[in-house]
Design a protein around this ligand. Structure first.
Ligand code: HEC
Length: 146
């Protein structure tokens, strides 16, 4: 009977002990290695280097060097600040041609999150990047292509 009453205390005590032994967050040699949350990343400056890594998913369709032409997608050198569908020698969708967009932080963010939401019958076969911090890093990378 007594033991049964004590059970919750014993369980709590065990939980507290195991917490106590797992405390070394502050003792860890490299606390900086802990991955940042999306919110923490958004509060920190954008990371163009990380954006360049993430661009691997885009590079299959997009060249980024000036004057080397297009792949399945148009060349992205100088795309930041430029009007959408700026090349005469690329077969853009009618949707992108008629979009009237200029590529800035807001329009790129929306397009990279969900291309079909911005250009409904567009030709960019890319599902979208759901993570806002990843999009911001990719846009920071696109800004370096000038
Ligand atoms: C499967 C191929 C493919 C992938 C992957 C892809 N794109 Fe595209 N992208 C295209 C095509 C095709 C277009 C032209 C769309 C249209 O005409 O509607 C385009 C258009 C664009 C444009 C507009 C360019 C302009 O001249 O107006 C931007 C910016 C862009 N893509 C960025 C990206 C980024 C950043 C990624 C990676 C996150 C990416 N794309 C992934 C094929 C792709």
């Amino acid at each position: 009977m007594r033991l049964i009453h004590l059970m919750p205390l014993i369980v709590l005590g065990l939980a507290a002990c195991s917490k106590g032994t797992q405390q070394p967050d502050s003792d860890r040699a490299a606390p900086a290695a802990a991955p940042m949350t999306t919110e923490e990343r958004l509060n920190a400056p954008a990371n163009a280097e990380n954006g360049q890594k993430l661009f691997m998913a885009c590079a299959i369709c997009h060249d980024v060097k000036e004057g080397v032409g297009h792949r399945v997608g148009p060349n992205l050198f100088g795309v930041y600040g430029a009007p959408a569908a700026r090349f005469d020698d690329f077969a853009y969708s009618q949707g992108l041609l008629n979009s009237g967009l200029t590529w800035d932080d807001a329009t790129l963010d929306a397009y990279l999150e969900r291309p079909t939401a911005v250009v409904p019958r567009g030709r960019m076969a890319y599902a979208g990047e759901p993570n806002a911090a990843n999009r911001r890093d990719m846009i920071a990378y696109l800004k370096t292509l000038q």
